[in-house]
Design a protein around this ligand. Structure first.
Ligand SMILES: NC(=O)c1ccc[n+]([C@@H]2O[C@H](COP(=O)([O-])OP(=O)(O)OC[C@H]3O[C@@H](n4cnc5c(N)ncnc54)[C@H](OP(=O)(O)O)[C@@H]3O)[C@@H](O)[C@H]2O)c1
Length: 277
């Protein structure tokens, strides 16, 4: 049995579907009640309260671990202890590219701590380090729907955003095949794309132009501070505004693992166009 945490999110949802379609027995976990695809059981548990995972993980062979946000709310060792007690032998962690590219940043220290704990756990581990998600564009949905505009900072800085469906497919492979043990994969899209170009791609999916309005760093920061802690907002702005060469590079890992190119942002926009109508 494979336990998927973060099961109702951008990555977890396609991951649960992919595992179920491959014939795996899956337990989907999130805090709130949720519908699960046919044949999948859903269980409520809170990663911030590892004891709530005990019955969920009992009898599991593998765990997909996704902590939401920056991950500061979890105790890695307590989660690993409960996982091992339940029988888990393989763990796939969704981390972040920045855990590798920003080794000094406060914003990603909880994910680095999680990576370290998993590497020392004695379990078969695989670490996924995705770059920025295509699905971050859902933050634009409301103004695209109401005004056909996108307001964002750093309009001409390009990053190879990754489609969460590709992260999920890589996770399916890593959870089912022991050949990925001990590996850390960097996951990006097939090409760097600016936020101005992403807004344009959403417009093309809609069949109507979407106007891009560039925000100042200060305006973007004030907005982000409404829903994320200061170090996370500053760390994110630094990646969006001044990405390192490593953060702008297209990684070969999705193609190596899946045997095809990563999905483009335009494909993501077409698949998710309903959110922007
Ligand atoms: N967005 C990016 O550009 C980016 C880039 C690199 C890495 N990441 C990492 O990717 C992760 C986010 O992935 P995502 O976008 O797929 O997530 P998401 O769409 O935000 O969904 C979060 C999922 O986790 C569940 N959840 C949240 N808090 C929980 C808790 N305390 N206990 C149990 N379940 C909990 C949520 O359901 P409930 O709310 O019902 O519990 C939901 O299923 C974060 O770790 C982030 O650091 C993101």
């Amino acid at each position: 049995m494979i336990v998927v945490t973060g099961a109702t999110g951008n990555v977890g949802r396609p991951l649960v579907q992919g595992l179920a379609a491959a014939g795996e027995q899956v337990t989907a976990v999130s805090r709130r009640p949720a519908e699960a695809p046919e044949g999948v059981r859903h269980r409520q548990a809170d990663l911030a309260e590892p004891e709530s995972l005990r019955t969920v993980l009992n009898g599991a062979d593998a765990l997909f671990l996704l902590v939401s946000g920056a991950g500061g709310h979890v105790n890695p060792q307590a989660i690993l202890d409960v996982a091992k007690a339940g029988g888990v032998r393989r763990i796939v962690l969704q981390s972040s590219q920045a855990a590798g590219t920003r080794p000094e940043s406060d914003s990603h220290s909880p994910l680095r701590e999680l990576e370290g704990a998993i590497q020392q756990s004695g379990l078969d581990w695989t670490i996924l380090r995705p770059g920025g998600f295509a699905s971050n564009a859902f933050a634009w949905a409301e103004t695209v729907r109401s005004q056909r505009t996108v307001t964002a900072p750093f309009g001409d800085v390009a990053l190879p955003t990754v489609d969460p469906a590709d992260i999920a497919e890589v996770a399916v492979a890593a959870l089912r095949d022991g050949g990925h043990a001990g590996r850390t994969y960097e996951l990006t899209g097939p090409a760097s794309i600016t936020s101005r170009q992403r807004a344009q791609a959403i417009g093309e999916a809609l069949g109507t132009p979407v106007r891009f309005i560039e925000q100042s760093r200060e305006e973007a920061r004030a907005q982000m501070l409404q829903f994320m802690p200061e170090p996370v907002a500053d760390g994110t702005l630094s990646i969006l505004g001044e990405p390192s060469a490593a953060e702008q590079r297209v990684s070969p890992d999705v193609e190596r693992i899946l045997g095809r190119s990563p999905r483009t942002f335009a494909e993501w926009a077409v698949r998710n166009v309903a959110a922007f109508r």
